[in-house]
Design a protein around this ligand. Structure first.
Ligand code: AMP
Ligand code: MG
Length: 344
């Protein structure tokens, strides 16, 4: 199947755009849609052929499963074999919102979605346009981030077009994504909920509902060679601009001293707002050092801007690892291919 033969249309997030997107989705086509986390590349989750087209358009490895998006709690039941009590409580508190839960899957979930696992990831987005499209299509929608596999996730319709223009029939423009990093992924199939990917709902917020929460080692460290990933997406280098990224831990002063000593053509910095003044190299900023929400909102856009600047090596100031900062740290670690320098 050809993936580069479309004249990609940009649809509005109004009634007309939503209806046209829903019609394409019902016809088995993939459509990029806005959510509160990042833009998703959606397709009918119950149609294996539609799902295959997502993998083709993204160039996504086939062993990386997809998240199914629903707009009503009643859509969850047919997809799973059981809904644990703790999952109900998390859904009551954080759905609709940036929380994905993993359940044992029912036979109606195509193998292509789960990449051979016996589980399925489900989320109910809060973005009004995403919800309206799911409702209008009358279908659960599989939707990974709408970027080419490995690139930073798209937080605007313009980013989607840069990666997917010509490869998909349409993108619905719903403005900039408010959270800016992907959903939190929690495995609910064991005794204790297990965090597989940090995201818009923080570990602290999850613990407030479920008490104990296990954190998968892949959240903050690289898997040993040959180790099996609980969340297959976590084993890939991801979220990456073309430049090599190195994450740098240390105070603002140590960071700027270090970066200035590396000054050379093609070397750039990604730093916190207000900390650029001491830098002697080209830079992008990505929010205040203490403002994890702003960092999440801007991190992918800033990584993409580095591509526009055509730099070869980026030293990135490391965020804090608590609250929403853990999600930002997790994405930057992967953008950096786990290359971290500590100046303390
Ligand atoms: P993305 O589609 O880019 O938001 O990535 C989805 C993430 O959810 C990836 O890290 C997947 O590996 C993870 N995921 C999806 N389904 C499952 C599942 N059934 N079990 C574990 N992880 C999953
Ligand atoms: Mg992704």
């Amino acid at each position: 199947m050809k993936t580069n033969s479309y004249d990609t249309v940009v649809l509005g997030g109004d009634e007309n755009g939503i209806e046209r997107a829903a019609a394409l989705l019902r016809a088995g086509e993939p459509v990029a849609i806005p959510t509160e986390t990042v833009y998703g590349l959606a397709a009918n989750a119950l149609d294996p052929n539609a799902v295959k087209r997502i993998f083709e358009a993204k160039g996504r490895p086939h062993d990386n499963p997809l998240i199914v998006h629903i707009s009503e709690f009643s859509q969850l039941e047919p997809l799973v074999t059981e809904i644990p009590d703790m999952a109900r409580r998390l859904a009551e508190k954080y759905w609709p919102g940036p929380l994905t839960m993993i359940f044992r899957r029912s036979p109606i979930v195509p193998d292509e979605i789960s990449a051979g696992l016996d589980t399925v990831a489900v989320r109910m987005p809060s973005h009004p346009v995403a919800r309206s499209i799911i409702k209008a299509a009358g279908l659960p929608l599989a939707a990974p981030s709408a970027n080419r596999s490995g690139s930073p996730s798209p937080t605007s319709a313009g980013h989607v077009l840069l990666d997917m223009g010509g490869r998909i029939p349409a993108v619905v423009d719903g403005g900039k994504c408010q959270v800016g990093v992907e959903s939190t992924v929690v495995d609910m199939t064991g005794q204790t909920p297990r965090l597989l990917r940090p995201g818009g709902v923080t570990p602290e917020e999850l613990r407030a509902v479920v008490g104990q929460l296990a954190i998968d080692p892949a959240v903050t460290s690289q898997l040993e060679n040959g180790a099996k990933a609980a969340s297959p997406g976590m084993k890939y280098k991801h979220y990456s601009p073309k430049a090599r990224v190195v994450l740098v831990k240390g105070s603002p002063e140590k960071f700027s001293d270090f970066v200035n000593r590396q000054k050379a053509p093609g070397v750039a910095a990604m730093c916190f707002d207000g900390e650029e003044t001491a830098l002697e190299v080209p830079y992008v900023t990505y929010g205040g050092r203490e403002d994890a929400a702003a960092q999440a909102y801007r991190v992918f856009e800033s990584l993409r801007r580095l591509d526009e600047m055509q730099v070869g090596l980026v030293y990135c100031a490391c965020p804090k690892e608590d609250g929403l900062g853990l999600a930002v740290y997790n994405r930057l670690l992967r953008a950096a291919g786990f290359e971290v320098i500590s100046l303390d």
